[in-house]
Structure formats: C-alpha cells, structure tokens
Design a protein around this ligand. Sequence first.
Ligand SMILES: [Zn+2]
Length: 312
Amino acid sequence: MTTLLYVQPNSDDHVTPPGHPERPDRLKRLKTLFDSDRFEGIERHEVEPADYALAETVHSAHFIEQVLSTRPAEGIAQLDPDTYISPKSLEVASTALGAALSALDSVMQGEANNAFCAMRPPGHHAERDKPMGFCLVNTIAVAAHMAREKHGAERVAIVDFDVHHGNGTQNIFETVPDVFYASSHQAPLYPGTGDASETGVGNIVNVPLAAHSDGSAMREAYNDRILPALNAFSPDVLLVSAGFDADTRDPLAQLDWGPQDFAWVTGKLMDIAERRCSNRLVSLLEGGYDLEGLADGVEAHLNMLFKGTTTG
Ligand SMILES: [Zn+2]
C-alpha cells in the first residue's frame, strides 16, 4: 500500500491578473518541492483531464452557462470580484477534476491507501449555482458525488482545514445526510459563512477560529468537535480539502498555524480513516498563498500521509 501524488501538468495555463494571490507560482513552488530527494519514495501518477461537463453533477445549468459564456477568447475575464477565467482555465479545471477522480479510483480500488492532488484553482467556494472565491468547479464535491455514484460509497466525509469556510461544499451537500462536511476556519473572514449554528441536516460541523489563534485552538477544535463527529459518522471514504492558508505567513488570513499543525491534523484524520474506512483518504489542494508557507504545509501533510502508509 502506498501514497500517490498527482501533480497537475498544465497549472500555468489558468492565468489570473498580476498581483492575484491564486497564481501559477503556487504550483511552480510545489513542483520544485516535489523534485527534491525527500519525495523520491512517493509514487507519481500521470494526470489525465476529466470532462468539465462532470461539473454538472454538482452545479446547476446556470453555473455552467455562466462559466462558459464568460470564458474569453483572449485575455482574462471576471466572474466575480475575486474570480477570473482565462482562455485555457477550463482545461486546467479539467485536469484538477481528472487528478481528483483518478486518485479516488485508486484509493477506492485499494491500489493505494491515500493520495494527494497538487492542483489549482481551488474549488470549495464554488456553490451549486455560483462560481466564486477563485473557484471554477467544486472539485471535491464532484469527487464526493462520484464516490457515491461510481464506487458505491454509502457515506462520504469531507473535512476542510483551509483557513476559509468551504461555503460551496456546504451549500451543495447541506441537505444530503449521507455526505458529512466539517470545516475549521477563521471567522470573521471571507466568505462570511460557517457559523457553528449552520448544521445542515445534522451532517455539517463548523468550527470558527478567532484571528491570531494558533495550533492549540485548532487541536481543541478537532479533538472536541470535528474528530468525534467524523468518527461517529463512520465514512466509507474521507476526502480532505487541504488548504494551507492557515499558515502564519499567509497574506489572506490571520491564523498562526505552522507545518507541525498541518502534520498533526493530517495524522488525526488518518487515524479515523484507518479505523473507519480501511485508510481510504483522498486529499485535494485548496488555498495557501504564501509560497513558503504553502510548500512547508504541503511537505508536512505529504510526509505524514507517506509515513503513515509505510510504517503501517
Ligand atoms: Zn482558503
């Protein structure tokens, strides 16, 4: 059993305006990290694009029409104040989908314990009807849908440790009792959702964290709220919205997490995946906008996924 690494080949082709935090340099930095000797033992997988039309499994016709009609022939067009689309952006979103779905296939078929997909743009802000927050398709929502439809998973859990609340994922699944969604996030902060009172049909757990709180507040949130609820839900597969913008260096948020905190939460999620679903865990990159904070967080996350699967 092993850990699989999926690295998006065409990440440079989704272009955002100068100064935009969600930029090709994020994946360039990660590709440099993955080329280091420390990652030699991790199996790389080729990424094939999936059909962007798979977005229809979780988004409305209006969503797809908005994205397709805004896509420019040249230059960069704007979907909302933060969200941009360039001529080849949907090809990039398609390889993000392809990586996620191939990782899901491998993990569900028992070819690997877990997988991490290094990809952009992020997806967790994309609601059923609204592309927003840098997101052109809610990739993790499509993966959750396919886990149920293609692989027969009865219960799918999504845990989101990106510093922002995954309003899109919550919006898509808040009335679906067999999909669990838990998020830790800074509040108040964009997008403004994720109050602890938002519980869906009993399938949603939101734990807001105060600005400048550190890893100890995060550990308390996971130990007291998220991990017990996840364990009780007992998923057939665990999907992770892995954002690294809770790092203390991140320019878009003010939490004070470090690499050791990303390692800790990864280990705890792996413990539950081992106990409840034969280790099946698929992790998708969401945010993380300080290049070094992103690289250090991903390294800690991947080391833990890999260590867990090699030492048993
Ligand atoms: Zn984020």
